[in-house]
Design a protein around this ligand. Structure first.
Ligand code: GLU
Length: 462
C-alpha cells in the first residue's frame, strides 16, 4: 500500500474552532494510524483577510492538543512563484487563457442571463480568442473546463458525485493582479505535497469538481476525497458561539483537557459501536475514514462536560496540580492536597470549576448562602458552640479522627446528623453541599475550623 499522506489546511482568517480541529484530527489519525505523513498547511493567500493572530492560534491549538505534524508548516503565501509556474504552464499548453472581460462586461452578462432565467455563467468569449487584446485591461487567467461529459468522483463519505461539465464554467485561476485563486493553490499544493487523502468539511464539496479539472489539466494524480458533514447544534442549526462554537483556545481557558476535546470531536461524525471513551491510542487503532457518518453530527455540551469530568478524574493529583496553575488554584501540600484533590476530582467538570471550589474551601467564607441560612434552626448556635468546645482541647489530627469525632459528638448529644452537619457546613463552606465535612475540617485545620464557626454563629437567628 502506498504511504497515506494527509493534511490540514486552514485559512487563518478567524480563530480555529472545534469544527476545524475535528477535520485536523481525522486527517491526523488516518495518517498516523498508517505510519503515513500528516502536514499542516496555512492557506494564507488572502492577504486582506489573513491574520497572524489566527495563524498563531492554530499553532498553539495544535501544540496544546498534541497533534504533531511532519516537517515544517507550509505557508501558501511563500509559494506564489511556484503557483505562477503552473499557471504559465497551463497557458503555454493552451489549457488556460487570458480573459480580458472587464468587470462591467461580466456584470452586464450576468444581468442578461438572469433576465433570461439562466444561471449566470461566463460565456467563454476569450476561450479561443486570437484577436488583439483590449488595452488598459489587466486580464485574469481562466482554465479551459471541459465542455461536455461529466466530472465524477467517488467521495469516501458521500458516495459517487457526478457533475455535468456544462455546470462548471471556465473559472478563474489567476486574478488580474496575477495572484492565484483558492481552488488553484489548493490543488497545486495537494498534488505537490503528494496528498493521497483529503478529509475536509462538506462546505468544500462544490470546489472539488473544479479542483479535479485542474488535476486533469496538469496530469496530476487526484487524491481520495472525504467530505465530512457539519457539526450542528441540537436544534439542527449551524453552531453559533452560544452553542459552544468557541475557538479551541477558549476551551483551554474554560478548563477543558485536550484529551476530552479530542474524544468529544472524534465522536462527532464517527463512531465505533456504542463506545464513548477513546484515548488517543484507541482512536489510532479504530479510526477509519470509511466509517465517517454521512449525516451531520450534533454538538452536545453535556456530553462534552461529562468527558472532561472523566479525564479530570483520571489524572494523578500531581499532574492535576500542574494543569491547575493557570487557573490560580491555591497551593496546598502533602496529604491535605490528596484529600482535597480526591474530593474535588469527583465533583467538578472543568479545571476552572476545580479551582473555584478549591478557593471556596481554602478561604474563609465572607458571605453565607441566604437560602441555606434560612433553614438553620436557632438551636444550631448551641450545637456549634458545644462542637467548638469538644474540639478545643482535643488532639484530633487526621481525617479519620475528625470523622470519628463528629460521630461521637452526635451520639453524646443525641443529635440527628443534619442538626450538626447543616450549620457546620454553612459555617465552614458558606453554603450547603460540597465536599465531605471530615475532609473539609482536615483540609482547613482545627484552628481555622473554630474560627469559621465563631465567625458564623452571630448570623444564626435566635
Ligand atoms: N482552507 C480551507 C478552509 O480553511 C480548507 C481547504 C481544504 O481543506 O481543501 O476552509
Amino acid at each position: 500500500m502506498n504511504e497515506i499522506r494527509t493534511r490540514f489546511a486552514p485559512s487563518p482568517t478567524g480563530h480555529l474552532h472545534i469544527g476545524g480541529l475535528r477535520t485536523a484530527l481525522f486527517n491526523y489519525l488516518y495518517a498516523r494510524a498508517h505510519q503515513g505523513k500528516f502536514f499542516l498547511r496555512i492557506e494564507d493567500t488572502d492577504m486582506a483577510r489573513n491574520s497572524q493572530e489566527a495563524t498563531k492560534a492554530i499553532l498553539e491549538s495544535f501544540e496544546w492538543v498534541g497533534l504533531d505534524y511532519d516537517g515544517e508548516v507550509i505557508y501558501q503565501s511563500k509559494r506564489f512563484d511556484l503557483y505562477k509556474t503552473y499557471i504559465n504552464k497551463l497557458i503555454s499548453e493552451n489549457k488556460a487563457y487570458y480573459c480580458y472581460m472587464s468587470k462591467e462586461e461580466l456584470e452586464s452578462l450576468r444581468e442578461k442571463q438572469k433576465a433570461e432565467g439562466k444561471t449566470p455563467k461566463y460565456d467563454n468569449r476569450y476561450r479561443d480568442f486570437t484577436g488583439i487584446p483590449p488595452k488598459n485591461i489587466s486580464p485574469v487567467v481562466r482554465i479551459k473546463a471541459p465542455l461536455e461529459g461529466f466530472i465524477e468522483f467517488e467521495d469516501g463519505v458521500k458516495g459517487i458525485i457526478k457533475v455535468e461539465s456544462k455546470e462548471v464554467d471556465d473559472f478563474i485561476i489567476a486574478r488580474s493582479d496575477g495572484s492565484p485563486t483558492y481552488n488553484f493553490v489548493v490543488t497545486i499544493d495537494d498534488a505537490l505535497m503528494g496528498i493521497t487523502d483529503v478529509i475536509r468539511g462538506d462546505d468544500h464539496l462544490s470546489n472539488t469538481p473544479k479542483q479535479i479539472i485542474i488535476y486533469n489539466a496538469l496530469g496530476l494524480k487526484i487524491p481520495k476525497f472525504y467530505h465530512v458533514p457539519m457539526i450542528l447544534n441540537h436544534q439542527g442549526h449551524k453552531l453559533s458561539k452560544r452553542d459552544g462554537a468557541m475557538s479551541v483556545m477558549d476551551y483551554k481557558d474554560a478548563g477543558y483537557l485536550p484529551e476530552a476535546i479530542l474524544n468529544f470531536l472524534i465522536r462527532l461524525g464517527w463512531s465505533h459501536k456504542d463506545q464513548e471513551i477513546f484515548n488517543l491510542k484507541e482512536m489510532l487503532n479504530l479510526f477509519d475514514p470509511k466509517n465517517l457518518n454521512s449525516s451531520p453530527s450534533s454538538y452536545n455540551q453535556e456530553k462534552f462536560l461529562w468527558l472532561n469530568a472523566h479525564y479530570i478524574k483520571e489524572k494523578s493529583n500531581d499532574i492535576l496540580e500542574n494543569l491547575l496553575k493557570p487557573f490560580d488554584c491555591p497551593i496546598i501540600n502533602g496529604k491535605k492536597k490528596d484529600v482535597l484533590y480526591n474530593e474535588l476530582k469527583d465533583r467538578v467538570q472543568t479545571l476552572k470549576e476545580f479551582s473555584i471550589m478549591a478557593n471556596e474551601i481554602l478561604t474563609s467564607p465572607n458571605t453565607y448562602d441566604e437560602k441555606s441560612l434560612k433553614k438553620i434552626n436557632p438551636s444550631a448556635k448551641n450545637i456549634l458552640n458545644d462542637f467548638i468546645n469538644s474540639f478545643t482541647n482535643s488532639d484530633l489530627l487526621t481525617q479519620e479522627d475528625f470523622d470519628k469525632h463528629i460521630q461521637s459528638f452526635l451520639q453524646k448529644y443525641s443529635l440527628k446528623p443534619a442538626e450538626l452537619m447543616q450549620p457546620l457546613r454553612i459555617a465552614l463552606l458558606g453554603k450547603s453541599g460540597g465536599i465531605g465535612l471530615a475532609q473539609a475540617i482536615y483540609i482547613i485545620g482545627k484552628e481555622e475550623t473554630i474560627k469559621r464557626i465563631q465567625n458564623f454563629t452571630p448570623f444564626i437567628n435566635p
